[in-house]
Every structure is written in structure tokens, then in C-alpha cells.
Design a protein around this ligand. Structure first.
Ligand code: PMP
Length: 286
């Protein structure tokens, strides 16, 4: 059984409890982070901590812990659960004021709820899906306008994954005004010739931690990167496509709706970026 962390305590998962009045449960009033673990070490922890602070600030929530404490809890859970490859989830909600009310509770009297848990994922890095590539479908992006905040409001992404599954695909790319915003739980990229194209940062997408690292590595490897909107029609005609996230790293996409890209197998750019990303991330892991 897993050991999880709830509000200062390490507990067996079946002993961990959160109030029914928790605003995460009642209103999706909370934020989260997902950090991957390779070789028992955390990938890009600092960048996740920085984004967490930003999410909290944007929602007028207080950071419940200093960064070094947060790191210590992550490490303790990785150790206690013996995670060599996997993920650490961190959830912070505005807490449980003891009744239901739209008005934010006073942070002096209502402490945030802090939950961390691990997922053991042997084979996360050496993934079969990365060798074959994924199929995605396009769906309308009907999410709210602050997708840059990593909230626990994941109903539409969850519905998008179900739409994909029903259509025999692996995931969905979301479309707004004809342009791809992002994947349901990842950032989206196309490759044309030597150019990597991905949507620029704004409130329309999550500012992916993996995105930042991958674009940096791509530029260092002298690849051309264009941060701009691309349409779903442009994506159909791309040579390659891929997605990035903390849990999938760099994952090739070989089909978008009915459009098969290239010869239907991962191309040259995405597998190379995956290799570089994994190598550099392992080196920098803490
Ligand atoms: N976009 C969305 C909507 C996501 O949910 C995620 C993953 N949480 C990402 C992008 C990728 O972000 P990261 O690389 O930080 O995991």
C-alpha cells in the first residue's frame, strides 16, 4: 500500500482523509503539479515549484510550504514508496472552511489542504508508445480562459480522452478558432522541414515545464523553433508531430484525425528530442 502525504502527515493511502467541505471537492478550487521521477530522482523540480507559486498567486492562495520543505516531502514519498520511475502528484486546495460558500474563506482561519501522492510507473522512460507514436483526434476547446493556471478542474480534458478512446485514438488536440491550443494533458507541436512549430505562451495554454526544457534543448541542437499559432489544417500537412508533458516526456504523434503523417511512424525530430530530453533531464535530476 502507498504512503501518501496529507497536511503534514505521512499515512497509508486508505487512512488519508479530506473534508467533504474541501473546496477542491466542492468547487475545483485548487491547483496541482506533476513531477516525474527517473532513477529515483525528481525531474525539473524547481521549474514545477516556480509554476506552482504562480498558480497559487493567480488564485490569491498562500503557499503552504517553503520550497525546500516541498522538496523534502517529494523526496520522502519517493523513498518511502520506493519509486525508481514514476510520478509525484501535488494537490493544494483552498481548504475546508466547514460549510459551502462561493466567497473565499479567510486564509487566516482556513488553511489550504495539501496532498501529495506517488504513482509507480516502471518503464515510463522506455515506453512502447514512444516507438510507435500516438493517434490524436481534434476536438473543440471549450475550457475556461485561464488555462495557464494549473487547476484541478480537469473534467473537459478527461472527457476529451474519452472522446479519443471512443474514436480509437490515444488522445485529443483541442481547437479554438481553427488553431490548435494544446493536447488534453500536454503541449502540441508540428514539424515541417527543419522547423518545430508550437503555440506561443499565453493564457490559452498551460506553460508546460517540459515544453520549456524541450524548446531550450531544440535550440541548443540548432533546430529551428517557431512559437506561433498553427491551424489544424497546417497540422494535417505536417511532416511530424509530437506532444510534451512531465509524464510522457516527448511523445511522437503519427496521425491527426484522418491525416497520417509521413509514413505513419515516428519521424526524425521527435525521437531525437525525446532522447536529448531524457538524457539531459537525468543528468540534472535531484
Ligand atoms: N497542457 C496541459 C493542458 C496539461 O495538463 C499538461 C500536463 N499537466 C501540459 C500541457 C504539459 O505540462 P508539463 O510539461 O508541465 O507537464
Amino acid at each position: 500500500m502507498r504512503t501518501v502525504y496529507v497536511n503534514g502527515e505521512y499515512l497509508p493511502e486508505d487512512a488519508a482523509k479530506v473534508s467533504i467541505f474541501d473546496r477542491g471537492f466542492l468547487m475545483a478550487d485548487g491547483v496541482y503539479e506533476v513531477t516525474s521521477v527517473l532513477d529515483g530522482k525528481l525531474i525539473d523540480f524547481d521549474a514545477h515549484a516556480v509554476r506552482l507559486d504562480r498558480s497559487l498567486r493567480e488564485l490569491d492562495m498562500r503557499a503552504p510550504m517553503q520550497r525546500d520543505e516541498l522538496l523534502a516531502v517529494h523526496r520522502e514519498l519517493v523513498a518511502r514508496n520506493d519509486i525508481a520511475e514514476g510520478l509525484v502528484y501535488l494537490q493544494i486546495t483552498r481548504g475546508a472552511p466547514g460549510d459551502r460558500d462561493f466567497v473565499f474563506p479567510d486564509p487566516e482561519t482556513t488553511a489550504p489542504t495539501v496532498v501529495l501522492f506517488t504513482q509507480n510507473k516502471p518503464g515510463l522512460a522506455d515506453s512502447a508508445a514512444a516507438r510507435t507514436g500516438m493517434k490524436v483526434i481534434s476536438i473543440p476547446d471549450v475550457r475556461w480562459g485561464r488555462r495557464d493556471i494549473k487547476t484541478v478542474q480537469l473534467l473537459y480534458p478527461s472527457m476529451g480522452k474519452m472522446m479519443a478512446r471512443k474514436a480509437g485514438a490515444d488522445d485529443a488536440w483541442m481547437i479554438e478558432d481553427g488553431f490548435v491550443t494544446e493536447g488534453t494533458s500536454n503541449n502540441a507541436y508540428i514539424v515541417k522541414g527543419n522547423k518545430i512549430v508550437t503555440r506561443a505562451l499565453s493564457n490559452d495554454i498551460l506553460h508546460g515545464i517540459t515544453r520549456a526544457a524541450v524548446l531550450r534543448f531544440a535550440r541548443e541542437a540548432q533546430m529551428e523553433v517557431e512559437e506561433r499559432n498553427f491551424s489544424i489544417d497546417e497540422a494535417y500537412g505536417a511532416d511530424e508531430a509530437f506532444v510534451t508533458s512531465a509524464s510522457a516526456f516527448v511523445m511522437p504523434v503519427v496521425q491527426i484525425d484522418d491525416a497520417v503523417l509521413g509514413d505513419g511512424r515516428p519521424g526524425r525530430v521527435a525521437p531525437r528530442l525525446r532522447e536529448i530530453y531524457l538524457e539531459e533531464s537525468r543528468k540534472a535530476a535531484i
